[in-house]
Design a protein around this ligand. Structure first.
Ligand SMILES: NC(=O)c1ccc[n+]([C@@H]2O[C@H](COP(=O)([O-])OP(=O)(O)OC[C@H]3O[C@@H](n4cnc5c(N)ncnc54)[C@H](OP(=O)(O)O)[C@@H]3O)[C@@H](O)[C@H]2O)c1
Length: 256
């Protein structure tokens, strides 16, 4: 269980879905002093602008940064901005993920595999999280408690793969898991108080899951607020012994 309170947090992917719900939940936490809320469109996202004005009125600091985690120049811009504004970060949550878009659909069969689509999914789900960690290294290696939690998905578990399908999404989340485990091992040497977690949120009612909810029963389809509450519980309960773990919303350990 975390002993020092969470004061400064950065949420990547805060403009919708689970990231937005985590941002709202943290904004309501009286202990929070600074929230950095990022996505490709955070600076023009109306709900985030309203959250920012609430926080500023309450005497807290809230930065909205437009960042694309698949773009190293954009990430460098974020690092430079944060170096000016924030000495300490206690919590980083990456909630960015890609399952479908105009150009990407999860592949049910081998015939549907395409290189550009796989590259796009890997850029967001696998390379993005580790590039984000690299961009935040000054805060991750500072010898003090810090959590780097990134949303993965149970379907990224190789052992748990019984149904097949969704080649790129599954493989990119498995790759993310390996990046996170490797990061956890390096940070254990460089900052023993750092905790790296891969988190599974459960099926959540967001734009990402919406086209695939038909076979999900109501009690298995969570609201973003419910998931935010549970993931933050897992984050605050985690200790340095949990670093490098793959944990579900309810605390269950997931096999790699
Ligand atoms: N929903 C589920 O049922 C479910 C289940 C298992 C795992 N997950 C995982 O949980 C995470 C959150 O899912 P969600 O359902 O909340 O997704 P979502 O509603 O699609 O939200 C994704 C967020 O990421 C931002 N984003 C997308 N691409 C980005 C990029 N390149 N750089 C920076 N920000 C970017 C989006 O904002 P902008 O468009 O403004 O950038 C948005 O705020 C994902 O990793 C997903 O794989 C979700």
């Amino acid at each position: 269980m975390r002993e020092t309170p969470l004061k400064n947090a950065l949420i990547m992917g805060a403009s919708s879905g689970i990231g937005h719900a985590i941002a709202e939940r943290l904004a309501a936490d009286p202990g929070i002093e600074t929230l950095v809320l990022c996505s490709r469109s955070a600076g023009s996202n109306v709900p985030l602008l309203s959250l920012q004005s609430q926080l500023v009125t309450a005497g807290k600091k809230c930065l909205l940064l437009d960042v694309d985690i698949t773009d190293e120049v954009s990430l460098l811009g974020m690092t430079n901005q944060l170096r000016k504004d924030l000495q300490v970060i206690d919590l980083i949550v990456n909630t960015v993920g890609l399952l479908h878009s105009r150009d990407v659909s999860p592949e049910k069969a081998l015939e549907l595999i395409s290189l550009p689509s796989m590259q796009q999914v890997f850029a967001v789900n696998a390379y993005g999280p580790i590039l984000l960690a690299q961009a935040l290294l000054p805060w991750l290696k500072a010898r003090r408690p810090v959590v780097f939690a990134s949303l993965s998905a149970r379907v990224g578990s190789i052992t748990d793969n019984r149904l097949g399908g969704w080649y790129s999404y599954r493989a990119s989340k498995a790759a993310q898991n390996q990046f996170l485990k490797t990061l956890a091992i390096e940070l254990a040497r460089r900052n023993p108080e750092a905790i790296v977690l891969a988190l599974h949120p459960g099926t959540t009612d967001t734009g990402l899951s919406r086209p695939f909810q038909a076979n999900v029963t109501q009690e298995k389809l969570f609201t973003p607020a419910f998931v935010a509450e549970h993931l933050l519980q897992q984050i605050t309960q985690a200790t340095a012994e949990d670093t490098g773990s793959f944990i579900a919303w309810d605390g269950q350990r997931i096999v790699w």
